[in-house]
Design a protein around this ligand. Structure first.
Ligand SMILES: [Fe+2]
Ligand SMILES: [Fe+2]
Length: 271
């Protein structure tokens, strides 16, 4: 078992289709035993069978496994029912800087014993198609009220560009406990506690087929690059599968990060 230093939150990157669900279900009991997390946050924007969005059924299955909050990103509305379902489920978050008329919450509060932990979901703008509010200014506004409730604050920053994620890390250093990037589906090896006490990783990576193209079969993606024509992406089901994430230990009193450690599990037998 890993030496636990404070309150610990486990983060898992974008779950892609059935491989994402199978791997999480298979490994969550072992992850709990090994890391003893106080809270579990997963990004579920690709957990639908076709890798697009998250249905009620899939969200409920993740919550039934013991996931505390599901963060998302640009694929949040890909399943038509999600816009209605998100009103019912406060543990399903969408990026905060979407237009304010969008349904759903972007901040969740998790009770861990005597402590309250805030989870914020936000999306980047660099190299992304959506036209969103400035994520930096959005965070300034969100923090004014989140900080009145707790100083243990985590952000899932769903963004394409490492530069934007890195800038957010520096911008928020010392103001939040941890920032985990999602969206690229490829884990980065830059995890560290920043000088001001914020744990940071540019991207958690994903839970998907290892030899895929970010979770999808290679053929249609290569075709799209070769022809610049639309093609239908399909979730790659071939093993082995990978589960990528990180855990962050936080001082319960100060909200400052004590440690961040990357997790990457490759399972030859999961299917
Ligand atoms: Fe994703
Ligand atoms: Fe995404």
């Amino acid at each position: 078992m890993h030496n636990k230093k404070g309150l610990r939150i486990l983060f898992v990157g974008d779950l892609v289709g059935a491989p994402g669900r199978v791997m999480l279900e298979r490994w969550l009991p072992k992850l709990r035993e090994e890391y003893q997390p106080d809270g579990i946050i997963v990004n579920g924007e690709n957990v639908a069978t076709n890798g697009r969005g998250i249905s009620r059924r899939r969200a409920q299955a993740l919550l039934a496994m013991g996931v505390d909050f599901i963060t998302t990103g640009n694929h949040i509305w890909d399943q038509r029912e999600t816009a209605a379902y998100i009103f019912e489920e406060e543990r399903l978050l969408r990026p905060a800087n979407f237009p304010s008329s969008c349904p759903g919450k972007s901040v969740g509060f998790l009770t861990c014993g005597e402590s309250t932990v805030a989870i914020i979901n936000l999306q980047g703008r660099t190299l992304m198609r959506d036209s969103l509010e400035c994520p930096f200014r959005s965070m300034e506004t969100i923090l004014t009220y989140v900080k009145t409730r707790t100083n243990i604050i985590f952000l899932d920053f769903h963004a394409e560009a490492t530069s934007e994620k890195s800038a957010m890390g520096s911008f928020l250093d010392g103001q939040v406990s941890g920032i985990v990037g999602t969206h690229t589906h490829v884990q980065t090896a830059d995890e560290r506690v920043l000088p001001g006490g914020t744990a940071f990783i540019s991207d958690l990576g994903s839970v998907c087929s290892v030899n895929s193209c970010i979770g999808f079969t290679k053929g249609p993606i290569i075709q799209r690059y070769l022809t610049q024509m639309p093609s239908r992406f399909e979730v790659d089901q071939d093993p082995p599968y990978v589960l990528s994430g990180a855990y962050i230990d936080v001082d319960r009193k100060t909200g400052q990060a004590i440690a961040i450690e990357r997790i990457k599990i490759i399972d030859q037998n999961a299917i």
